[in-house]
Design a protein around this ligand. Structure first.
Ligand code: GNR
Ligand code: NI
Length: 174
């Protein structure tokens, strides 16, 4: 178990399409444990493997925001959306790879997902509310898509510019 470094915008890795996992092995479970450590340390409610530089279709989530409550980790390998509602919902989204940026994103209100769990069992689940928002945000990461790709061009360009500038500044010699 280890906290691993996060990858930030404008790292091109965030645009990579992650590869499906063949089988849920001990290595994949170790990866998921590191992802959870990293997510809890951030803190965040979800994490896709690409956010720690691993291009595999692996997601962890824990929607319990109250730090005094017991953790409820959730594990998703090769998650797919198999149905989405026509009805949409707006949610103010953030991303650990784009710190301090929050924007309203419109997505299907409910989705049905299929995935392999931590034991490699094939599962299906109906998601609504924060769960629906978060799993769609994470599956986007697996496809190289960020929530800023789902807001206006003007807002996105502003965010990308700010992060590109910040990155350049941090690389300048002192
Ligand atoms: O911690 C996170 N919070 C969040 C809030 C609203 C919508 C989506 C998210 S996911 C985010 C963690 C993250 O970046 N996952 O990829
Ligand atoms: Ni994110």
């Amino acid at each position: 178990m280890a906290v691993r470094p996060l990858i930030y915008l404008p790292d091109p890795l965030l645009k990579r399409v992650s590869l499906p996992v063949d089988a849920v092995t001990d290595d994949i479970r170790a990866l998921m444990d590191d992802m959870l450590d990293t997510m809890y340390a951030a803190p965040g409610i979800g994490l896709a493997a690409i956010q720690i530089g691993v291009a595999k279709r692996v997601v962890v989530m824990d929607l319990v925001k109250d730090e005094d409550k017991p953790h409820e980790p959730q594990y998703f390998v090769n998650p797919e959306i198999i149905a989405a509602s026509e009805e949409t919902a707006d949610y103010e989204e953030g991303c650990l790879s784009i710190p301090e940026v929050f924007e309203n994103v419109t997505r299907p209100k409910t989705v049905r997902i299929r995935y392999l769990d931590r034991d490699g069992e094939l599962k299906e689940e109906d998601c609504e509310g924060l769960m629906a928002t978060c799993i769609q945000h994470e599956i986007d990461h697996l496809n190289g898509v960020l929530f800023i790709d789902r807001i206006s061009r003007l807002k996105r360009d502003r965010v990308v510019k700010k992060f590109t500038k910040a990155m350049k500044a941090s690389r300048e010699p002192v």
